[in-house]
Design a protein around this ligand. Sequence first.
Ligand code: OSB
Ligand code: MG
Length: 369
Amino acid sequence: MIIERVDLYHLRMPLISAFETSFGRIHSRHCLLLEVRSGDLLGYGECAADRLPGYSYETTGTAWHILAEFIVPMILGKEISSPADIHRFTVQLRGHPLAKAGLEMALWDLFGKLEGRSLSEMLGGQRRQVEVGVSVGLQASPQRLVEVVGEYLQQGYQRIKIKIKPGRDVQDALAVRYAFPDIRLQVDANSAYTLESAARLKPLDDLGLLLIEQPLAEDDLWDHSRLQAELSTPVCLDESILSIRHARQALEMRACRVINIKPGRVGGLSQAVEIHDLCTSQAVPVWCGGMLETGVGRAANLALASLPGFSLPGDISASDRYYKEDITYQRFSLNPDSTINVPTGPGLGVSIDLLALKTYTLNSLTLPT
Ligand code: OSB
Ligand code: MG
């Protein structure tokens, strides 16, 4: 098929409650929505870059630039036979996985609609529901954290992740573990430690955590392997894994025992599936991470998490954990068994609420101009 037109939208989505990690606090989530057109068909994709380069060097600003100036012009008017083709057209373009993944997602949606197949089906998904948990940001105090975790447990989430940073780690995790001795609990440091400062995380090893996510710098596989050797709790890598090569090397180095797969961070759903396949072949558990996505990215994450190797609950919470109003008509809700249904409609299986889209759009651009 030929892509005739691409529309970029820069969105600002107000969050129901502020989200704080070791790299900062946000009250609203910025992202890009991509709309691709071929004939009468429209496909949508979400680029998960945020306003600030805290999680990744990519921002909504860099992704806009790279998409508008380079990636989109490289594919406009070209014959495309599968979503992964965009990687052939953009091989010379270094980095910027979040930008590439946004466009790739829109192509998956478009091909799914063309073929009348759901994304889950196209990727090789095998489940109709996926197990999910909730990622809880840093709170004002350990007491407040326990309250917030209690509310999510009440709502039915059966796996809790808490964010940690130096000075807010062992005490926070202990408070939650003490209040809820039996829950499935994990922590995420978002690269806030060095090998030296991570020595203070040793007490976490006695809390029965599912995993400790990304304690050290994103470009530091080696020190993660030294840290993993000191811990009996599995280290899970998030920011460090940008490609299948990173995944293979991390496993060879024993830098982690679990991998968080985010389609955006690894450059798209096709690479996400490759990393899933590699990990599955080595019996390494994977789970689907989240980036506070709108209904568009959430639908893609649910489809990905329906693959058999996703054996740990994903950070794919219900829509009402994030946004009062979403840009999709579909809202995802939590089932009593801590699962969410995988969309079954063609492509992503969601439709865009154009009025809501307009409400949250800061800027838009039609290509070719
Ligand atoms: O590190 O997993 C992370 C959100 C934005 C960027 C990075 C991360 C997160 C989360 C939230 O932890 C996951 C979610 O609920 O979408
Ligand atoms: Mg993380």
